[in-house]
Design a protein around this ligand. Structure first.
Ligand code: HEC
Length: 358
């Protein structure tokens, strides 16, 4: 492959993306079926024309590869749409097989789950959940963990680079999971498939719907719709940074996100919960849900003081957010506004009790 000179390389990202697509397809998606492991052969596969440029718009898509598995006569015929195959795996919710070497699902719990993944041909387990991955259990079954935690509000650029960087590991099958395997995990798996050049954004969005990703997580759909391939340099750097466990971000980071979301809700509430000018992506129900999800996640991960009364206060707040969300869904603006004002007071009350008097 002729290396374009630097200025051209900067101006034209496509060639780089193609090189990478070839790598990724070889490493992730075009690999062998379980039991036929032959990494050398899979890496030697030529970059498949089936890999469409990651940023190709769906309008150009008269070619027909919504299929992340390249054709090979010796294989069972692959799905021709993003309807990935559901596979029952013990201790893993919503497990689906997207391609010969790519799976998505919920958090594997216990040895049987990891054993089942290993038997499928998985070698690398990727968690995009905030919880600490069970690295030890994975290791007992010869699996390596990579931790790329993301929220429900989108996929930060660094995480896109890390997900693209997975391909460089060249270690065989990859299983991408979040907590329940419906929202963040399928989204991250879609990004892996797009970074492989195997799916265009429209196909990847269709897969998210298929996997049950809620349309209310607009940021997750947007991350897929607006995916662009990171530069090869960024991908290489990200691949070097991949770690099995990211240190927990904790309550402070959760509160910073909550604070942003609360400001969005303030603005929406002032407009009678109508969409904000120039911010079509921040509408009432999804914004309320994001904030609630932030608290649900903090409770689950045990953020903050390990004190029953604090946990209780967090749960009450979460329940209040659910009431507001229901009111918004039902179009009961006044009720939602009252609920939000009460919640705003609860932010302050909790801070007085737990933050400001330490
Ligand atoms: C149940 C208790 C509780 C509730 C409810 C709560 N917070 Fe907090 N918040 C805390 C605690 C405790 C801290 C201090 C965290 C620390 O410093 O370790 C904090 C810290 C913060 C911070 C400072 C973060 C930083 O940079 O140090 C912000 C901003 C914040 N909260 C916003 C909010 C908003 C907005 C709401 C309501 C939508 C809210 N919080 C609801 C307990 C709560």
């Amino acid at each position: 492959m002729v290396r374009p000179s630097p200025p051209i390389r900067r101006a034209r990202r496509l060639p780089g993306a193609r090189v990478l697509s070839g790598l990724v397809i070889a490493g992730l998606l075009a690999g062998c079926l379980p039991g036929q492991s032959d990494p050398a052969r899979s890496v030697a596969l030529p970059p498949k024309p089936a890999g469409i440029p990651a940023h190709a718009s769906s309008r150009e898509g008269t070619r027909n590869p919504p299929n992340p598995m390249p054709a090979a006569s010796s294989r069972p015929s692959p799905p021709t749409n993003p309807r990935a195959e559901s596979i029952p795996l013990p201790g893993i919710e919503n497990a689906r097989r997207i391609g010969p070497n790519l799976w998505s699902g919920g958090e594997p719990s216990g040895d049987p789950a990891f054993a089942a993944l290993a038997a499928q041909g998985v070698r690398v387990v990727v968690s995009v959940d905030g919880a600490r991955p069970d690295v030890e259990a994975a290791r007992r079954h010869g699996l390596r963990y990579v931790h790329v935690p993301i929220g429900y509000d989108g996929v930060p650029r660094g995480a896109v680079e890390s997900l693209a960087g997975l391909a460089r590991l060249g270690e065989g099958g990859v299983f991408v999971h979040c907590h329940h395997g419906r929202h963040r995990g399928p989204t991250a798996a879609a990004i892996v498939a797009m970074a492989a050049g195997a799916w265009d954004p429209a196909t990847a969005n269709a897969w998210q719907r298929e996997a049950g990703t809620s349309p209310e997580y607009e940021g997750l759909y947007r991350a897929v719709r607006e995916f662009s391939m990171p530069s090869p340099k960024a991908v290489r750097a990200a691949a070097r940074r991949l770690v099995p466990v990211q240190p927990p971000k904790g309550l402070v980071a959760a509160m910073v996100t909550a604070d942003h979301q609360a400001e969005v809700l303030d603005a929406l509430q002032r407009r009678g919960w109508k969409p904000l000018d120039g911010r079509p992506d921040e509408t009432a129900v999804p914004s309320a849900r994001l904030l609630r999800e932030q608290f649900t996640e903090s409770i689950r991960l045990g953020h903050g003081p390990g004190d029953d009364r604090f946990r209780e206060a967090m749960r009450r707040f979460e329940a209040g957010l659910a009431v507001m969300e229901d009111a918004l869904r039902a179009g009961e603006s006044a009720k939602a506004s009252d609920a939000w004002k009460a919640l705003r007071n609860d932010c302050r009350a909790c801070h007085q009790a737990w933050r400001d008097r330490r």
